[in-house]
Design a protein. Structure first.
Length: 443
């Protein structure tokens, strides 16, 4: 008769482990399951955990071959036509011939493993050769038992046991296997959550670096131009985005200015912003007119970026001697002009965003900036800022705030706009980056 199990420091002694599984009582098996659970819960290495399970499994249920197969799925849109999005990967196996295992490419619904994955119900086959569902992956197998590994009501894998004998597995064996599969599911989920946490921290670190680099690309101080008070500022959210502004002195009395908004967020938007900056600065130094610069940058972007990416941009050259702004607008928010009487007007002139089409044509416009007038450039993070009721800040409210602040300095106008947006959002701030570029013609 089988001797009782003894424990030392929470581990089962070899006396029980080496005993034949059919001699175990229900209590003995439960103790072994508890022992396995304790062991595997100490590790966050999935491969180590699954190997520990397989090494201990034979003490509970005899087998000639066994495997833990985890379901791996990818986005179907990323696959060639006809390829299945979900396949099984053998994470831990015992008793299989390498050639037999390499030939096993089961999909959902195929064989015992595929059927269990689809239905979420276990299977016992007392004679696999008489079962039409069976797919021969091992020549000696005569009976098989398969249990689903379920996490959050979804099958994430299967537990497969095979025997060279007929009628090798009973309902009691299946019950034990199901309990063990539930423990394996918990550990797999725990490991995956841990890996996701590590990946999240890694990405957050990369995003913070990208954000700092992005901020470093902005001008360190406000530009100086005779007869004008100019200020620009970007109020970033925690995410990396594509808001961008810049100013480049061409001559003592000419200044190139730009404000832009790259579609999307994250590292791709930050990289595209850096590319835009380099392209526009190169065009500025060559001395192209604004519409020529836009056309050349548009082609470079069209050639380099994904089709779902684009950039809205306002690019102009301010001539202090002639008090004239020559500019081109590539789909960016209409600039707000406040005349000397304090009357607001949005300048609705422009073309398509950059990078959308190869041969987009842009036009150069001219705007006189007389003493006492003010031009406000902005990104849609300001006008699309939402209050608690879900209403946008909007262009009309933007014009009202600027009109009320028209006697202030350019920097103070920006501060006033920031306060109003913050108050509108009930102190939460905009969900997208907000950038302002203010040009005041001095009297």
């Amino acid at each position: 008769m089988f001797q009782a199990a003894t424990y030392q420091n929470g581990f089962m002694t070899e006396q029980l482990k080496d005993a034949p599984a059919h001699g175990l009582t229900t209590i003995d098996k439960l103790r072994m399951l508890l022992d396995i659970s304790k062991k595997i819960s100490r590790s966050l290495d999935l491969q180590e955990v699954l190997n520990q399970v397989m090494d201990t499994l034979d003490s509970l249920i005899p087998y000639d071959a066994a495997g833990i197969f985890v379901l791996h799925c990818v986005d179907k849109a990323l696959l060639p036509e006809g390829e299945e999005p979900c396949t099984f990967k053998a994470e831990a196996v015992r008793g299989y011939d390498i050639d037999e295992l390499s030939d096993l490419h089961l999909k959902l619904g195929e064989g015992f493993i595929g059927q269990v994955a689809v239905r979420g119900e276990p299977i016992i086959s007392h004679d696999v050769l008489n079962d039409p569902v069976y797919i021969n992956a091992r020549g000696k197998t005569r009976s098989e038992m398969v249990a689903p590994i379920i996490s959050n009501e979804e099958v994430i894998g299967v537990f497969d046991l095979e025997s060279d004998e007929l009628n090798a597995y009973s309902e009691d064996d299946l019950e034990v296997l199901m309990m063990l599969a539930s423990q394996v599911a918990i550990i797999i989920e725990k490991v995956m959550l841990h890996e996701q946490l590590i990946e999240k921290k890694r990405l957050q670190g990369q995003l913070e670096v990208a954000r700092q680099v992005q901020l470093e690309l902005l001008p360190p101080s406000d530009p100086q131009l005779p007869g004008y008070d100019i200020s620009a500022y970007k109020f970033p959210t925690e995410e990396v985005s594509g808001d961008y502004y810049d100013s480049v002195a061409i001559y003592d009395d000419q200044l190139a200015i730009v404000i832009a908004d790259v579609s999307g967020k994250g590292v791709p938007a930050a990289l595209l912003m850096a590319f835009l900056r380099a392209s526009l600065r190169a065009a500025t130094h060559v001395g192209y007119a604004t519409h020529i610069s836009m056309a050349k940058v548009n082609y470079l972007l069209w050639e380099s970026i994904e089709r779902n990416q684009f950039v809205t941009a306002f690019y102009g050259i301010l001539d202090a001697a002639n008090r004239t702004l020559s500019y081109s607008n590539a789909g960016h928010n209409p600039p707000l002009l406040i005349n000397e009487k304090g009357e607001p007007r949005f300048i609705e002139r422009g073309g398509l965003p950059l990078g959308m089409f190869r041969e987009t044509r842009y036009y150069e416009y001219f705007l006189s900036l007389e003493p006492g007038e003010m031009l406000v450039l902005y990104t849609d993070g300001a006008t699309e800022a939402l209050n608690p009721a879900g209403e946008e800040f909007g262009r009309d409210r933007l014009a009202e705030v600027v009109k009320a602040a028209c006697t202030l300095t350019a920097r103070e106008v920006i501060a006033s706009l920031e306060r109003e947006v913050l108050e509108w959002t009930d102190g939460l701030g905009a969900t997208d980056d907000v950038t302002f570029f203010v040009i005041k013609a001095l009297k």
